[in-house]
Write a protein that binds this ligand. Sequence first.
Ligand code: ADP
Ligand code: MG
Length: 247
Amino acid sequence: MSTTPSPIIDARGLWKRFGNLAVLKGVDLSVAERELVFIIGPSGSGKSTLLRCLNRLEEPDDGSIQVDGIELLSPKTDINAARRRIGMVFQSFNLYPHMTARQNVMLALRKVLGKGKPEAGEIAARALDRVGLGDRMEHYPAQLSGGQQQRVAIARAIALEPRVMLFDEPTSALDPELVGGVLNVMRELRQDGMTMVVVSHEMAFARAAADRVVFMADGEKLEEGPPARIFGEPQHERTRAFIRQID
Ligand code: ADP
Ligand code: MG
């Protein structure tokens, strides 16, 4: 986007192979501050691998990734410090079952940011309040619905005040009636100005909330643009086929 001087994420020419299989074939992805970029595409097209490269859960074979001006792939970069700027929410919530919602969020604050107990407790309470769980803070994961557990996972990520949030199919494991609550939290985050990259099949949400939609297939970005154009006038045959099939 030419109007944006410095993107929060600027990934160029990313390659990733697993053995002989090229999963990312020179993918570029730039995300501006406060932008919500939606990534869609068939299963196996490399969407998760791309997100995982963006915080170096996967090591790209080639390319460069700048996050907030820091080159993630440089050997000089303190990867743990860089990762603090990048929040990630997965399909599975990965909460500790023996800890309350608040303790789960506090743990991240204490381990990652070295916060003391009282401060971590306060920040965790605020983060849980923000995702609508102010009255569930002392519940254990088993006492929460899947949607509430995912909101705890989101609270855990936002409590660390990341510069950008990556979501990999955050609602895919949820019963349909629980999806809306999680999407509402994501919508509010966006309204608060959070920069977000979202992989999801929730096309209605993409149409309503995304600034830009990226369509990937076979490890390549085939096209990208505003949701009205990608959904209304897709240029590529593979995009058309994908949209027909999910709509
Ligand atoms: P998507 O998220 O779009 O469904 P993925 O990024 O998960 O796609 O996977 C892209 C391809 O890479 C798939 O063929 C998948 O089987 C393969 N893949 C992903 N992770 C690994 C891995 N750790 N080892 C080997 N192959 C992998
Ligand atoms: Mg995936």
